[in-house]
Write a protein that binds this ligand. Structure first.
Ligand code: ATP
Length: 316
C-alpha cells in the first residue's frame, strides 16, 4: 500500500528502530504516596541488549497489527495491550493519522525481567512513528508522549546514563566516562513490577521511609569512570522484595560474588541479576561460572552506556 502524504513531503514505507534495555545502578524508592505510587530516584544506564522494532503501513482498515519474533517472546501481548501498540495509537490520535500499521518486534530484552523491555518498545515506536510519518517531533513532544506511556519510557528515548526522578520519568543526563561490562543472569519466569512494589511496601510496613536522593558517591564513580568504585555502591531498594518473592535469586548473587564481580544487584524489579565486571575476559569467566552453577536460566553479556532508541533502517 502507498505511504500517506506527510508534513514534509515523501514518507518512507517502513522504518526500523533499535532500542536498548536499561539497568538501574541506583534505585531508591520513597514512601508510598496516597495514590499507591512512590517517588523514585534512580540512576539508569542503557546497555547493549536490544529490541528491533519495524513499523510499516498496513492495509486500509486493518488497524494496528503486532508480530513478535526473536528469543524473548513468551508473555508478550500481540494485541492492544502491547506497549508499542499503545504508543502507536496515542500518536495516531494526537496527529490524526490513519492507524493501519504493521509493527514487528524482534525481542532480545527479557520479558518482565526488570529491564524495561515493554517501555523500550514504546520508546522505539515513538521514534519510528516520527520518522515514518515525518512528524518532526521535538524532543519535548516525544518525552511528553513517552511519560504518558510509562515511567521508564522517557529514559529509553535518550539512553546513555541518566538520573530519573519523580516516577523515574523526569530525566537528567549524568556524566559518565568509559564503558562498563555487565553479565546478566536471566530467569525464565519474570516478576510482576506491581507485585514487587507491593512486597516492598509490605516489608517496609511501620518503618520510617525517607525521601530518596541521588547517591553522590555513585555519580562521582561514573564521572571518574571507576568501575571498582561503582561496583561498591550499586543499590536497589526493591532487591529485598525481589528476594522475598524469589528466594533463589540470593544463590545467583552468591555465584557472582564468589567469581569476583565488582558489584551486583537485582535489575529494577527483577528477576534479572546484573553483575558488573572489569572487562570482557572477566565477563566470559563469570558467564561460564553462572552457566555451570545450575541456578540461572540463561546468561547474557552486555556493555553500557549505549544510545537510546535510534533509526537503523528506512525503506522508501
Ligand atoms: P519494568 O522494569 O519497566 O517494570 P519489566 O522489564 O519488568 O518492566 P516488561 O518486559 O516491560 O517488564 O514487561 C512487563 C509486562 O508488560 C509483560 O509481562 C507483558 O505482559 C507486558 N508488555 C506489554 N508490551 C510489551 C512489550 N512490547 N514487550 C514486553 N512486554 C510487554
Amino acid at each position: 500500500m502507498s505511504a500517506p502524504a506527510s508534513r514534509s513531503g515523501r514518507a518512507p514505507q517502513s522504518v526500523a528502530v533499535r532500542v536498548p534495555a536499561k539497568i538501574n545502578l541506583q534505585l531508591s524508592v520513597g514512601p508510598v504516596e496516597a495514590d499507591g505510587y512512590h517517588n523514585l530516584v534512580t540512576v539508569f544506564q542503557a546497555i547493549s541488549l536490544f529490541d528491533d522494532l519495524t513499523i510499516a503501513y498496513g492495509d486500509a482498515g486493518s488497524g494496528i497489527k503486532i508480530s513478535i519474533t526473536g528469543d524473548q517472546t513468551h508473555g508478550v501481548p500481540s494485541d492492544v495491550n502491547n506497549l508499542a501498540a499503545k504508543a502507536a495509537a496515542a500518536i495516531c490520535a494526537k496527529y490524526e493519522l490513519a492507524d493501519d500499521l504493521e509493527i514487528t518486534i524482534n525481542k532480545s530484552i527479557p520479558v518482565a525481567g526488570g529491564m524495561a523491555g515493554g517501555s523500550a518498545d514504546a520508546a522505539a515506536t515513538i521514534v519510528a512513528m516520527d520518522s515514518l510519518f515525518a512528524l518532526d517531533m521535538s524532543r519535548d513532544e516525544m518525552t511528553e508522549i513517552a511519560a504518558d506511556l510509562g515511567s521508564d519510557v522517557p529514559f529509553l528515548l535518550s539512553g546513555g546514563t541518566a538520573v530519573g526522578t519523580g516516577r523515574g520519568d523526569q530525566i537528567t543526563q549524568a556524566l559518565s566516562r568509559g564503558t562498563y561490562h555487565w553479565v546478566l543472569a536471566l530467569s525464565t519466569v519474570g516478576l510482576s513490577t506491581p507485585a514487587v512494589y507491593k512486597e516492598c511496601d509490605r516489608l517496609r510496613e511501620g518503618m520510617d521511609v525517607v525521601e530518596p536522593v541521588a547517591s553522590d558517591v555513585l555519580l562521582k564513580a561514573l564521572l571518574a569512570g571507576d568501575a571498582q568504585a561503582l561496583g561498591k555502591v550499586l543499590t536497589n531498594d526493591l532487591q529485598p522484595a525481589a528476594f522475598s518473592l524469589r528466594p533463589a535469586l540470593r544463590l545467583v548473587l552468591d555465584v557472582g560474588k564468589e567469581y569476583g564481580a565488582l558489584g551486583s544487584l537485582v535489575s529494577g524489579s527483577g528477576p534479572t541479576v546484573a553483575f558488573l565486571v572489569g572487562d570482557e575476559d572477566h565477563a566470559l569467566d563469570l558467564t561460564v561460572a553462572l552457566m555451570s552453577s545450575g541456578v540461572v536460566g540463561s546468561v547474557a553479556r552486555a556493555y553500557g552506556p549505549v544510545h537510546g532508541a535510534k533509526v537503523i533502517d528506512v525503506k522508501n
